[in-house]
Design a protein around this ligand. Structure first.
Ligand SMILES: [Fe+2]
Length: 386
């Protein structure tokens, strides 16, 4: 089967190897003549960004690169991008890169026509209605990692340095109008990044699957996303040049972010404070905490895990069968077993617990959580206690 397609949900997706060539056409179809390509400094130095710019320029587009975006982007990255957009007279954004670049780019496209500050658009109550939609710039998203799925997400995660929390900036129209998913752009990712980002995709599908809300469409997408991860993530880690494995992981990543409109849970609640305070890698942190959170939630998710283990074709159709599969996958692709191994210490547990409790992901956890629950769960993850 040829791994290629044009899909129209959750947005317009042009999927297939080599389709980065369609970038100028995608920009034009959104009325862009002068796109600002937002990426991170690492990617900006690679030939793939130079090629994307060249494709645009050859097609008569005035394309400029903005790459002042850090991992776990902050407000300043967004403000500088907005300034670059305005001073350059741009009319659209190409969001190009991994989760940090995509999130920064989407936030820049939101903010270019607003008068309120960024934090006024945090995902609370109906704050998104404060957005002046006519001021939002169109976005073409081009993911270069397979994990965050931000290319099909309606929000950006930006770190607020005033209180070291990750805040979600949300508007339904932040969903990029066109996505180009070209697996060839992901073949150069090192194995450890492939592993960590791929586990982020798994955590999105898994937390969406486990969250207690009624959303069968999201559950269907989550289950198939997890099947793709189970089948293809080890292959993509083993052989980065396996374009088929890369293709399946790229779509699994988009499926995760589509599914998690249903909700996330304590994996993300635990992970966000680690990222905001210690700059740990988001996907890696989720991967580390995954089995501890499953064990914690066991009594609320046992039936769902039986169904899931059957769908994935695991040896044992049981909670234990699924947990064992997660542990085996983690060790096969080199994920550390405890938070201690990525720099989180016991003294962080009490400090991070209130932040985890306040995280918007907490509402989707299968069991209600308290601050003390989070403190204990952090200690479990730090000390390897399942
Ligand atoms: Fe995530």
């Amino acid at each position: 089967m040829e791994l290629r397609g044009n899909w129209n949900y959750p947005t317009s997706i042009r999927f297939g190897a080599g389709r980065i060539r369609e970038l100028p056409d995608a920009c034009r179809s959104l009325g862009m003549r002068s796109p600002l390509l937002v990426t991170d400094p690492g990617l900006a130095a690679l030939p793939m960004v130079a090629r994307a710019v060249e494709l645009c320029r050859d097609a008569g587009l005035h394309c400029v690169v903005f790459s002042d975006v850090q991992a776990n982007p902050v407000e300043e990255n967004v403000n500088r991008g907005v300034a670059a957009f305005r001073s350059g007279g741009h009319d659209g954004v190409i969001a190009f890169g991994g989760g940090s670049a995509l999130d920064a780019a989407k936030a820049i496209a939101l903010m270019v026509g607003q008068t309120r500050p960024l934090w006024d658009f945090e995902d609370r109550e109906d704050w998104f209605t404060r957005v002046d939609v006519s001021g939002m710039a169109p976005v073409v998203a081009v993911p270069t990692t397979a994990g965050t799925g931000s290319e099909v997400g309606r929000a950006s995660v930006i770190t607020d340095l005033s209180d070291h929390t990750k805040k979600i900036i949300f508007h339904p129209k932040m969903l990029p109008a066109i996505v180009i998913e070209d697996p060839e752009l992901t073949v150069g990712l090192p194995a450890h990044v492939t592993a960590a980002t791929g586990m982020d995709a798994l955590s999105h599908c898994l937390e969406a699957w486990c969250s207690p809300f009624y959303h069968p469409m999201a559950e269907g997408i989550a289950a198939e996303g997890m099947r793709l991860v189970s089948r293809w993530l080890p292959a993509a880690v083993r052989d980065g040049g396996n374009v088929d494995a890369r293709a399946h992981m790229l779509v699994a990543s988009s499926m995760g972010a589509t599914a998690f409109q249903k909700g996330l849970g304590a994996m993300h609640s635990l992970s966000h404070p680690c990222g905001a305070n210690l700059n740990t890698h988001h996907g890696l942190t989720n991967a580390v905490v995954m089995p501890y959170v499953l064990a914690w939630n066991r009594r609320a998710i046992e039936d769902k895990m039986v169904r899931l283990a059957a769908y994935l074709g695991l040896g044992s159709h049981s909670f234990e069968g699924f947990l064992e599969w997660v542990l085996a996958l983690r060790s096969e692709i080199g994920i550390p077993h405890t938070l201690a191994e990525i720099g989180v210490r016991e003294e962080h547990a009490a400090a991070f617990a209130p932040q985890a409790l306040a995280d918007p992901s907490t509402g989707g956890n299968p069991l209600p959580m308290t601050e003390d629950d989070f403190r204990v769960l952090y200690l479990n993850c730090i000390n390897g206690k399942m």
